[in-house]
Design a protein. Structure first.
Lengths: 479, 867
């Protein structure tokens, strides 16, 4: 039997089609806007609960690591390839030098606690290994010396002490059972405390980021990001870098990994992204909550004038801390020059430890915000180079308060001769500001840079004047 | 000769400066000292160096070394302030019988109250000297103050750090000739000790010229303007803090406008919902537009568009203009200005400003806005782009009483709480939209604050009661007079507290009047006026402007939103609008039950028709009656049919099945049905959006337009189909027997149908419409549908081809007409649907329109031929 298609269906279908098709064509399409902050972040695999996988006596850190290696047999050797372990970069060629050099905490100095050589026991508290107490460490250390717990412990029952060994009283079994993806607590335990305390080194990394409000950091505060959501990791190599120790532009993380550069509704703002880093507008201030160290004068150390961790310590000298600091702005192409131990200085000039590279004519450079840390630190008056003193332990300055002795002992470790006469010189270090991104409505406004009270020194940046009047580097200089 | 020589020097200096810049040796931002201004000697009134004479500096002579100060003084309403147009009292545009000019010097301001005594008055309030002492703080010197020794104060506007406080103090102390010198006190060049001014030699170079580091000269910045005009806040890092109703300068106090780039949520103020206000207070300031960028000197060659005072239609750019050098010698100090309601000085310079459209391209930025031209012709940009003032502003000034400190009872709008501290909650206010009479003859809505003042006047010609007389009535030294306390102390506390000092009863008013009479003032009476204050600053960023159509196009329209005038009415005197403002004020001033006074604008009474808000009431009434009438008619008819069918069974008629509608006809029909239903429904929403809050107005309008397009295309294609197929004849009533057939059909509907009689005419494919239907369809398809389409297209096209709409009466006619036709359509549909139930069974007609065939009665003796 032939089934006849009922004509009324044709009527209904035809009518509806004729009505709906024009509507579909002419009604505006809903814009597929992706404001999902997680859109650019790969989904993390759920972590296996290790509570029932770990058992037995765990006496030392190495015991824990051996237990880890039973299953994650490559993990130790992976970690040992990374800068978190080596504290030293691959050889890089710096401007004006013939030979490539390696740079890291291991062999270079900064203008905070200066250098680790001879001071290991204290400094290597933050090394992701166990037992670094001398220069020969890397010849003897094995993958069992890798400290898995500092990054993976979630019990809170684990902490590191001298030479990076577990602090007495750590509950290694609980810690081992609790392991999971690293959280802010894991990263922050070292990175928020760089330079010897909370908020000392980075102006944009401090303990306020453990549980920040949106007004401190929009990613972590409003959207609940963990560090490693941006610092994506492969084979234990964590992305991200800072020009204090890593002056090439490798392994970098960019805002544009997730965000588009033309996401502003106003085309004038999008036009800025060719010359201005996202951070410049979106991090109007660093050290939003906890004050950060801006100046450190070692020359005043050694006096019994009363200690206050934010202004003066007998062992370290005097400090200036500031909060809500307006960054300094410089052209920056992602690389930096680096003071290498033994480089001669002009003691009357301010020595830049890690001068950011870039200028207005370098099209890869962007105007970038920096924390600038100024220090007065010890140098050899006759050889004209910066000294790495011994501060920690026997004969160290923090014990004897004797710079002469500290300089002599330090020279034994660095191999850099000491003339016997020391003096004080000025240095600066640059810390790119990239965390503490503010909510959109806190970003800089036009007048913050342009106009009478603007925060940018256009002439210092190489412009003839405010580019709102004179044109930007592409318009002005090409005309 | 001397002038010419100086001019050459100036031009040379400028040229040298420009070359220097061009070579890139020196590049300055607008921030600091002018890069061009040379060092100069400070001369006194005799042209001698002040270091030699120790005399006060003369700006005319000092600045006159290069600039033509005489010219500057003669083109300068900031100095003149009405002085040159002084006239006989009572003859100014304000109509006040004691006003003698349109400017600060001679025009009364009920807020500041003190007034310049007209010549010949025996009761004196302010002499010229006293006027300088009182109003000098808002006057840049010169003009009326020249004779008293107050020269044009160039320093006030051109110094980077003028000492305005010392200037005002010098004026108040009648130290008139030292006023300009006092303005320099913040610099090292002069100091004061024991009232003696001392010029400081170290501030001058060996040639006697002031060292550039000592006095910084520059183009006026916002800070300079703010010294007299209101609150200017240029420090981005310092939170702005204004407390409640505090006096923050003329423009800020009268309107709430603040010149700052600061985000509202970054201020230190207690503003309601502050955390959601993460945008700049004033977008222009935020984007680095300064006061003088819009209020430029009228012969500044950078800004002005041509040489003459008129612009040539065929020229976009006129290169013939004052040379930069000439300008610097003779810069006009009349500045481009708008057409504010409150400022009536120097009327010839009004409307000289480059308005929003002078910089902004309206078409490019408003492509989302329907009826762009209509909107732009009806309102100023400010109406949408300044939707809210996030600050308090003066609302009412009550001078019928006086406070212990000699001030009026003043209250602000936009603030809750009366502690007068930063803790008062600033709610801000929505400016009232009032039509402005523009100089070009147009009328446009613009935002305003309204300030209402009550005050005593006396005598004939009328004069305001002087402050000293008012104080004599109320005060006795430092406290209220004993009889006043008795009268006003409502709670018997022995003191007059806040809230007690007002004329809320007739007795109190009579009491004060009697005391005034006792002072010799004849027939004292209370007068009251409303002064509109224009709001053109504090434009917020574009995305935040009013963009919701229903903000205006609804019952609760912004254009008729009332604004409170006062929280009480002193002496029950209802105020009237001032006569010299350029606004139309045909709205209603009315009292609320709580005794507060409101003004509700009525733009419809002023000839403005606001789509969606203004309705022609009879259209809806007529439409509703028509609709209900039809509904009532068919209900009655249907009821009778049902009643008859129950009462006596209907005879069965012999039927046959015929194909009656082609597929095309059926689709055509249902498409029209759906389109018209949707159009009626969306039209209703557009007509009464406030009743359908669920729907997005813009979306509904769009759907309405698209479906109208579908209907139009469908109708046009049907016309073609019917013409080509010849089917159109079916709609045509035949002349032969037309009247008879009509009567027969009507008779059937009115009688036979109830009894179950046969339809008078047999329905066939060709003759499926009876004669009544034919008439109806002729009306619908030839009259209603085209009218509805035409009015609809014209309304849609008002912004595209406004001239056509205007020919047909514009929106005020088209919109109600469209509504009227819509009512007719809806009524027709109801009747039409009902008539479909008159077939052999009630649902047969509808069913046939789906399936195409119907069972129709077979009439015996039918002459109709089957097709």
């Amino acid at each position: 039997m032939k089934i006849k298609f009922p004509t009324w269906l044709t009527v209904v279908g035809g009518t509806l089609a004729l009505l709906i098709i024009p509507l579909i064509i002419f009604l505006p399409k809903a814009e597929a806007s992706s404001k999902d902050p997680w859109a650019g972040v790969p989904e993390a695999e759920p972590h296996t609960d290790h509570t029932n996988l770990i058992s037995g006596e765990l006496e030392t850190g190495q015991d824990v690591t051996r237990a880890c290696l039973e299953c994650h047999s490559d993990a130790g050797t992976e970690v040992m390839q990374t800068a978190h372990w080596t504290w030293e970069s691959e050889p890089v060629t710096l401007p004006g030098r013939d030979e490539p050099v390696t740079i890291g905490k291991k062999n270079q100095i900064n203008n905070f606690c200066i250098g680790i050589q001879g001071n290991w026991s204290s400094c290597t508290t933050c090394h992701i290994g166990y037992g670094w107490d001398d220069a020969e460490y890397f010849e003897t250390a094995t993958d069992e010396d890798v400290d898995c717990l500092v990054c993976h412990d979630q019990s809170g029952a684990y902490a590191k002490g001298i030479n990076g060994n577990p602090l007495e009283g750590s509950d290694l079994l609980s810690a081992a059972k609790s392991v999971a993806r690293p959280t802010r607590q894991n990263c922050g335990s070292c990175h928020f405390n760089g330079g010897g305390g909370n908020a000392v080194k980075h102006g944009d990394l401090d303990e306020s980021l453990y549980w920040p409000s949106a007004s401190i950091d929009v990613h972590m505060g409003e959207h609940d990001f963990q560090c490693i959501d941006c610092h994506q990791t492969a084979d234990h190599n964590i992305s991200g870098r800072s020009i204090s120790v890593s002056v090439d532009n490798e392994n970098q993380i960019y805002c544009t990994n997730c965000h588009s550069t033309d996401l502003h509704e106003d085309s004038r703002l999008n036009a800025h992204t060719d010359t201005v880093a996202c951070q410049t507008c979106h991090i109007p201030q660093f050290a939003v909550e906890d004050p950060t160290k801006m100046e450190w004068d070692w020359s005043t150390a050694g006096q019994d004038i009363g200690d206050d961790p934010h202004t003066y310590l007998k062992i370290k000298g005097s400090f200036v801390y500031e909060s809500n600091v307006q960054p300094q702005y410089m052209w920056y192409n992602g690389t930096a020059d680096r003071y290498i131990l033994g480089d001669t200085i002009d003691p009357d000039e301010v020595t830049a430890i890690n001068q950011p590279l870039g200028d207005i004519n370098d099209s890869t450079s962007l105007i970038f915000p920096f924390k600038v840390h100024e220090a007065t630190q010890i140098y050899d008056v006759n050889y004209d180079y910066l000294i790495q003193p011994k501060t920690v332990g026997e004969g160290g300055y923090w014990v004897e308060f004797d710079w002469q002795l500290a300089a002599e002992l330090g020279a034994e470790f660095t191999g850099l001769p000491y003339s016997g006469e020391y003096g004080w010189t000025q240095t600066v270090m640059y810390w790119p500001t990239t965390h503490m991104v503010q909510p959109t409505h806190e970003a800089l406004q036009c007048v913050d840079c342009h106009g009478e009270n603007g925060r940018l020194d256009w002439e210092a940046l190489g412009y003839p004047g405010d580019p709102i009047d004179w044109g930007g580097r592409t318009t002005f200089f090409e005309n | 000769m001397k002038q010419k020589h100086l001019r050459l020097v100036a031009v040379g200096l400028i040229a040298a400066g420009l070359i220097t810049i061009a070579l890139g040796f020196s590049a300055q931002t607008a921030a600091a000292q002018s890069p061009l201004h040379p060092t100069f000697a400070l001369l006194d009134a005799d042209g001698e160096h002040v270091l030699e004479t120790g005399n006060p500096v003369s700006t005319t002579n000092t600045c006159g070394q290069c600039h033509d100060t005489e010219f500057i003084a003669s083109h300068n309403y900031h100095n003149d302030v009405g002085f040159s147009s002084l006239t006989e009292a009572g003859t100014t545009a304000s109509g006040r019988s004691w006003d003698t000019s349109g400017g600060l010097f001679g025009k009364w301001d009920p807020i500041t109250y003190r007034y310049l005594t007209p010549a010949g008055d025996h009761l004196a309030d302010l002499s010229t000297e006293e006027w300088i002492q009182t109003y000098g703080l808002r006057h840049a010197g010169g003009g009326p103050a020249d004779d008293a020794g107050v020269e044009i104060n160039c320093f006030l506007c051109h110094l980077i750090n003028p000492d305005n406080d010392s200037r005002i103090a010098a004026l108040e102390a009648s130290d008139f000739e030292w006023a300009s010198t006092a303005t320099l006190l913040d610099s090292e060049v002069v100091s004061i000790s024991d009232g003696e001014y001392q010029w400081n030699e170290a501030a001058f170079d060996p040639q006697g010229e002031v060292l550039p580091a000592v006095i910084g000269i520059h183009d006026p910045t916002d800070d300079n303007c703010g010294l007299c005009h209101g609150t200017v806040h240029t420090e981005p890092e310092t939170p702005l803090a204004i407390s409640g109703c505090e006096d923050t300068g003329y423009t800020t106090s009268t309107t709430g406008q603040v010149i700052t780039a600061q985000r509202i949520d970054d201020t230190g103020m207690n503003i309601q919902n502050k955390n959601e206000l993460g945008f700049a207070w004033d977008v222009h300031i935020e984007r680095r537009v300064e006061c003088v960028d819009c209020h430029y000197s009228l012969n500044n060659p950078v800004y002005t568009s041509g040489s003459g005072s008129f612009s040539l239609e065929h020229l976009d750019y006129d290169p013939r203009r004052v040379e930069l050098g000439e300008y610097i010698v003779q810069p006009m100090h009349d500045f481009a200005r708008g057409e504010s309601a409150q400022s009536t000085v120097s009327p010839e310079t009004k409307g000289t400003i480059r308005r929003c459209e002078g910089c902004h391209n309206v078409e490019n930025s408003h492509d989302w806005l329907p009826y762009i031209d209509t909107h732009m012709n009806a309102m100023l940009c400010e109406s949408c782009h300044i939707p809210q003032i996030y600050n308090a502003a003066t609302q009412q000034v009550d001078w019928t009483v006086v406070e212990l400190d000699g001030t009026s009872q003043t209250a602000c709008r936009g603030v809750e709480g009366d502690t007068g501290t930063i803790n008062d909650l600033v709610t801000g206010y929505e400016p009232v939209l009032i039509q402005r009479q523009n100089l070009d003859g147009t009328l446009k809505l613009a935002p305003y604050n309204l300030i209402t003042s009550w005050f005593w006047v006396h005598g004939e010609p009328e004069r305001p009661v002087r402050l000293q007389d008012l104080e004599a009535v109320f005060l006795d030294g430092e406290s209220y007079a004993a009889d006043v306390v008795v009268f006003f102390d409502a709670d018997g506390s022995g003191e007059i507290e806040a809230g007690e000092l007002n004329l809320d009863t007739e007795e109190k008013a009579a009491f004060v009047a009697a005391k005034l009479e006792k002072l010799g003032l004849s027939s004292p009476r209370i007068s009251a006026e409303v002064q509109p204050y224009s709001i053109s600053h504090n434009v917020i960023e574009g995305q935040l402007a009013t963009a919701e159509c229903t903000a205006c196009h609804s019952d609760e329209s912004r254009v008729t939103q009332p604004i409170q005038l006062a929280s009480y009415v002193p002496g029950d005197v209802i105020p009237v609008f001032v006569q010299d403002s350029n606004t139309l004020n045909h709205g209603d001033i009315y009292l609320e039950e709580d005794g507060s006074l409101y003004y509700q604008p009525d733009p419809q009474a002023e000839g403005m028709y606001v789509f969606g808000h203004d309705k022609v009431a009879w259209v809806d009434w007529f439409g509703a009656i028509l609709f209900l009438g039809v509904l009532g008619g068919i209900s009655t008819h249907g009821g009778i049919r049902v009643w008859y069918s129950i009462k006596r069974p209907q005879p069965k008629h012999k039927t046959k099945k015929i194909d009656i509608y082609t597929l095309y006809e059926r689709i055509w029909h249902w498409l029209q049905t759906l389109s018209i239903t949707i159009l009626a429904f969306t039209g209703l929403i557009i007509h009464r959006p406030e009743m359908f809050g669920l729907f997005d107005f813009n979306g509904v309008v769009l759907v309405h337009n698209i479906v109208a397009g579908t209907l139009a295309v469908n109708a046009a294609l049907a016309l073609f189909y019917n013409l080509v197929s010849g089917d159109i004849q079916r709609f045509m009533p035949e002349p032969k027997g037309f009247f008879n057939q009509m009567m027969m059909q009507a008779k059937f509907y009115l009688g036979g149908i109830f009894k179950g009689e046969e339809h008078p005419f047999e329905k066939t494919r060709v003759k499926r419409l009876n004669v009544l239907q034919k008439i109806t369809y002729l009306g619908i398809l030839n009259v209603l549908l085209p009218l509805q389409g035409l009015t609809g297209i014209l309304m849609w096209g008002v912004s595209r081809w406004p001239e056509y709409a205007l020919k047909l009466g514009g929106l005020p006619f088209l919109a109600p007409f469209h509504t009227l036709v819509a009512w007719s359509f809806v009524s027709f549909i109801v009747a039409h649907v009902y008539l479909t139930t008159t077939g052999h069974t009630p649902m047969a007609g509808i069913k046939s329109m789906f399936v195409g065939w119907d069972e129709v009665e077979i009439h015996s003796g039918s002459h109709e031929e089957e097709e």
